[in-house]
Design a protein around this ligand. Structure first.
Ligand code: URA
Length: 195
């Protein structure tokens, strides 16, 4: 099944979601809608619970993720794990996905066109995982999820019955250590959403 560009995206998303996790995985593995697939070793689909209360959305796979096929399995993943520990979530509480499933060359930011082509997969995953809270990890996740809408850092909004909140991407904790305390403050402000 292609992603039927130009047709009603919600119908495509519903169809993919109804077909189940195995089918969605197969569709993503077979996708060649943009040039990223050519340069990627493995499309990176998800990790974590299939019935999460909290869904984290990152940007795109990096080098380690491209090799392992597992989101946030490299350096940024260690920071994400620390964050999740600070949030007090257990393994069954959360899942992790990316806005874009294939690694962009040299870890560049995904192009708008790449985000757009991957968006039906993102929306189908959200539909299937049906979380109570979506945590957007940085601006690319926001761009993919909200398109033109702009969120303030750490200020939650309700959309489609879910609480949506944008916090810093875990990689920011690696390169800007001052962000660690800021991130903790954003998390503390939003604890009521998942506790
Ligand atoms: N950065 C992301 O946004 N996603 C990953 O899976 C790894 C690093």
């Amino acid at each position: 099944m292609g992603k039927a560009q130009g047709t009603d995206i919600s119908a495509v998303v519903e169809e993919m979601a109804a077909a189940g996790f195995g089918n969605l995985e197969e569709t993503i593995l077979q996708c060649a809608d943009c040039a990223l697939r050519e340069g990627a070793t493995n499309p990176v689909i998800m990790k974590g619970s299939r019935t999460p209360r909290v869904l984290f959305i990152g940007e795109a796979p990096g080098k380690t993720e491209d090799m392992t096929g597992i989101p946030f399995s490299g350096r940024a993943g260690k920071k994400l794990d620390e964050m999740i520990g600070y949030m007090g979530l257990s393994a069954e509480d959360y899942a992790v996905i990316n806005a874009v499933k294939c690694r962009p060359p040299k870890n560049r930011k995904p192009l708008k066109s790449e985000i757009e082509l991957c968006r039906p997969f993102l929306l189908a995953q959200i539909r299937m995982l049906d979380p109570e809270v979506i945590i957007l990890l940085g601006n690319t996740a926001e761009e993919a999820f909200c398109r033109n809408k702009k969120l303030e850092w750490g200020v939650p909004k309700v959309s489609g019955g879910m609480n949506i909140v944008k916090i810093y991407h875990p990689a920011a904790m690696i390169y800007q250590r001052s962000r660690i305390e800021e991130q903790k403050a954003l998390i503390d402000k939003n604890r009521h959403l998942w506790e």
